[in-house]
Design a protein around this ligand. Sequence first.
Ligand code: IPM
Length: 358
Amino acid sequence: MKLNIAVLPGDGIGPEVTAQAVKALKAIAVEFNHIFTFETGLVGAAAIEKTGDPLPEETIRICENADAILFGAIGDTKYDNDPNAEIRPEQGLLGIRKVLDLYTNIRPVIAYEDLLNKSSLKKKQIKDTNILIYRELTSGIYFGEKKMGDDKASDICEYTRFEIERIAHLAFKAAQSRKHKLALVDKSNVLASSRLWRKVVQELAPQYPDVKLDCLYIDNAAMELIINPRQFDVILTENMFGDILSEEASVIVGSIGLLASASTGDKHAMFEPIHGAYTKAANKGIANPIASILSAAMLLDHFELHEEADLIRDGVDKSLKLHITTPDLNTKYEHITTTKVGDFIEDFINNPDETNLN
Ligand code: IPM
C-alpha cells in the first residue's frame, strides 16, 4: 500500500517521540513492502516561533494532501503562564481538528498485565481493564463563542443533534464489535447541552438492540472509572469531559506515556498520543515514545493493515515485558532512553523472534 503521511512533531517531547513512531512505520514498510512517504509540517509553539502562526497555511496544505497525519505534542510553558497571550500553541491542534473535521477521538485504555504494579491503583481493581473512549472532538465548550474581559469571561458549550448523532452511531457500532456496552457520560442534571446528548443517544439506542446503554453523570463516571474500571466497555462523551476522563484513565494504565489515540472524520484521520508536550522533559531522552508508537499502530489499523499494527503492538508488549522502557515506567534498568525504546521496537519489527536488549 502507498501512504503519504503528514508528520507534525509539534513541541516539547513531540519531535522525539514522533521520530520513534516514524522509525516503526519505516520498518513496517520494509517488512511488508509498503511505500510510506513522510512530509513534515510545523505546528504549535514551534510554528509560532518560525511563522507567527500556530497553524500555518502550509501545514494545512500538507495535512489535506496526506492520507493520514501523525501528530506529536503541543504546548509550551511560556504560554501556560501568560493568560493574556492571544496566540497560543494549542490553537494549532484545535485548528487542525476543526479544519479537517476530525470529530471522533478514539482513546483505548488497556491495563497491560506487565504493568499492573505501575499503577497507583490496586492490581485487582484494574486487571483486565479494556475501555474505548469515544470523545467528541470538534465542538462543545472548546469551540463555542469565547469572551474574555478583565472582570468577566465566558465560554459557550453548544452541540447540535447532527454532531451528537454522527459520533454516537460510531460508538454504538464500536460497542457492537466489543462487549456490547455503551456508557454515555454527561451532566444532564445541570447542562442543557448534556440533556440534548442524553435525548439523542437514547433515541438512537433502539437501532442497536444488542447494545446495553447506560447513562452516567460525569462526576459519578470519574469516580466509577477509578473504583471499578472493568465495568466499562465503550464510553461516549462530549469534548471536555472526554479530555478529562481519558487523562484520568491513564492512571489505570500506569503512565500517560502509553495512551494513543485516533482522531477521525469522514475524510481525514490523525493519530496522536494523548499526552502533552511535557516541555521540561524535552531533549533529555526520557520521554516515553510508546503512546506515539501505538498511535502509529492505530494509523495502520485505520487502513486495515491489522497484521502490521499487531506487529508493532507485539513489539511494544515485548519491550514492556523486558522492561525496555523509559524512566516513567522503569525501575529495573537505568539509561533506557526514548531512542533505545524506539530502536528495540524497530529491531523487533525487523526480527520478531530474536529481539532482546543489547
Ligand atoms: C488532548 C489535549 C488537548 C485537548 C490540548 C493540548 C488542547 O489535552 O488532546 O487531550 O484538550 O484536547
